[in-house]
Write a new protein. Structure first.
Length: 613
């Protein structure tokens, strides 16, 4: 508490300096530290994302490249004529050479012309009647039989086998795809297809994506098939070595490795046939990337410290200038308040347009306003007395306005009793119904605008009895509402205007018997009250106008005689004000068939309890 009390008692310019340190410098340092750390994490996340895309693209390119070589192998596998020619036994060398010149050389020449320049094909056979051409056809001697590629092809029994890259006779680095070919002519002779392919085709695909990182392609035995390494990175592994790199797997959320630590990403090739178990491994050293970021961060920190120092000096000078004017203004205010005669002219405001100048002018205006209010207070008291008198006069007039309706109601009761005495029960019932309607109109209380559905239905029933007396058998009606809904609160005079519209605009001009039906049902925690008739209906264009006027709380024109609807828009507006825009009135009609009005209110019982049946 002592610290806060000392701060309150400090001068304004010191408070400004302390608040600047607390509000600006400390948050800037905290936010800056967070941003630096978060920026590094975001950059590494982005690099990881790019590397994943790179590995995926390399996977697609390499798989497509090997798929092309496997396609060539499969095409040669279907060359049954050539395979049969290499498998058959010839009588002697001249017989073979003659057959070679006429048949074999043409087939091998056609194959060679169809091959890409990076692919060289060879056939190795154990048929001792074949003469080697040292170009495409070779005999399997003891040296060839010991080589790994040949033994692996024999063991694979027709599947493609890929060898680790090696240097060929002319010094090019190549790899081979080999497989056994089966002849329908002879099953005793082994024929092995060997395709030597330049490793540059695979290297080029990897080097396109291998900038600033090391990317290794491993076979199913974890041996390096080929690799792509940036020249700036030291490489200790070579083709054919088993890769054993101790790098942590990348963790995407705020993973920042220490200095000298590498990040490893792995992806298994999507092509399973022929390349099952092959993987792409990307190794990244974040030191090179983070070096430039750290330099930028250091420069930013130095610039921020310089800016903070300059702003502190500027704030000190500015606060001193500002508080000196505040002190002068405070002294002027004290002189004004200490004067007994409250002379407004003794205070002179500043002419500057800043906040202090506005404060001084506002104080001047306040003094002038106080002086003016002192002179006007007596006039205001007189006006309040006049308003009170007018209010009481209005209350007396409102009381007098209820005398005539009460007189009419009492008169109707007297007529009803006279008719009952004379035995005219039908007319008596109609007069009583009309008297009940009149009483409901008299008892309208703006402080209690809500009634219950039961009261509204009783009012409608009285109204229908009066109309039934008028229209006789031309009007038929039915009210089908469960008594479990009777306690649902509803604004007064909601149903009666809708029923009145149905009679005057739908049934009155209809030829024949008119039928009006009132129903209610619960729907999704709401109550829907439906008033429908089989009257004249409303034409389509006029119906759209009525629906729009109800929605916009405007008066509507219903029928051809230009008679206005009775309060539909007002009813809808009241329901919206009470319950919200999801409640109100909806009207639908079909000309010559009838009209349907739906009143939607919430299912809430009087007293605040919900009721659902």
């Amino acid at each position: 508490m002592g610290i806060f009390l000392n701060i309150k008692n400090m001068k304004m310019h010191r408070k400004l300096l302390i608040s600047y340190l607390i509000v600006v410098i400390i948050p800037v340092l905290m936010i800056g530290s967070f941003l630096i750390w978060n920026t590094k994490s975001i950059i590494l996340d982005y690099i990881n994302h790019i590397n994943k895309i790179t590995l995926k693209q390399m996977d697609t390119n390499i798989s497509n490249e090997f798929r092309k070589y496997f396609k060539i192998s499969d095409d040669i596998f279907t060359e049954s004529n050539l395979i049969d020619m290499l498998s058959r036994k010839y009588k002697n060398k001249s017989d073979y050479l003659s057959f070679y010149a006429d048949n074999i050389s043409k087939s091998t020449g056609r194959l060679q012309l169809s091959m890409p320049t990076s692919v060289k094909i060879s056939f190795f056979t154990t048929n001792d009647t074949i003469v080697e051409d040292r170009d495409m056809i070779f005999y399997v001697d003891e040296n060839v039989a010991k080589q790994d590629w040949y033994r692996n092809a024999i063991e694979a029994r027709g599947s493609n086998v890929i060898s680790i890259p090696y240097v060929d006779n002319v010094g090019n680095r190549v790899f081979s795809v080999s497989r056994t070919l089966h002849s329908s002519f002879s099953s005793k002779e082994d024929i092995v297809l060997k395709m030597e392919i330049s490793l540059k085709e695979i290297d080029n695909l990897m080097r396109e994506e291998g900038m600033n990182k090391k990317v290794y392609l491993l076979d199913d035995n974890d041996r390096i098939f080929t690799l792509a390494t940036d020249d700036s990175l030291n490489e200790v592994y070579h083709i054919g070595d088993v890769l054993d790199i101790d790098c942590p797997e990348y963790k995407e959320k705020h993973f920042i490795p220490g200095a000298g630590v590498c990040i490893k990403l792995e992806k298994e090739l999507q092509m399973r046939k022929g390349l099952n178990g092959w993987r792409l491994i990307s190794v990244i050293s974040p030191d090179v990337i983070m070096e430039d970021i750290n330099k930028t961060v250091m420069h930013s920190i130095i610039i921020c410290l310089i800016i903070i120092g300059v702003t502190v000096v500027f704030l000190f000078v500015f606060s001193y200038k500002m508080t000196s004017r505040l002190r002068t203004l405070t002294n002027s205010m004290n002189r004004v308040t200490e004067e007994d005669d409250f002379e407004v002219d003794t205070f002179e405001p500043y002419n500057e347009n800043d906040e202090i100048g506005e404060l001084s002018r506002s104080f001047k205006q306040m003094l002038e306003r106080i002086d003016k209010l002192i002179s006007e207070v007596y006039i205001s008291e007189l006006k309040l007395k006049d308003l009170e008198l007018e209010k009481r006069t209005a209350e007396i007039n409102a009381l007098q306005s209820q005398i005539n309706p009460h007189f009419l109601f009492n008169t109707m009761e007297s007529i009803s009793m006279n008719l009952l005495t004379k035995g005219d029960f039908e007319t008596c019932e109609v007069v009583r119904s009309f008297a009940n309607i009149l009483r409901r109109s008299i008892e309208w209380d703006r402080d209690r605008d809500l009634s219950t559905l039961e009261n509204e239905l009783n009012l409608v029933l009285n109204y229908l009895r009066v109309q039934k007396f008028r229209y006789k058998d031309k009007l038929q009606y039915e009210i089908d509402v469960k008594d479990t809904f009777y306690n649902v609160p509803i604004p007064k005079f909601t149903l009666q205007p809708v029923v009145e519209n149905s009679i005057y605009h739908g049934l009155e001009l209809k030829e024949g018997v008119g039928f009006l039906r009132i129903t209610a049902k619960a729907f999704n925690d709401n109550l829907e009250i439906v008033v429908e008739d089989n009257g004249l209906g409303i034409e389509s264009s006029r119906l759209k106008g009525i629906q729009s006027s109800i929605k916009n709380a405007e008066d509507s024109i219903i029928n051809s005689k230009e008679r206005k609807s009775i309060g539909l828009s007002n009813i809808n507006k009241r329901l919206v004000l009470y319950y919200g825009r999801e409640y109100g009135i909806e009207i639908d009609s079909l000309e010559g068939v009838g009209t349907k009005v739906v009143i939607r209110i919430p299912m809430q019982m009087a007293g605040g309890e919900d009721s659902y049946v």
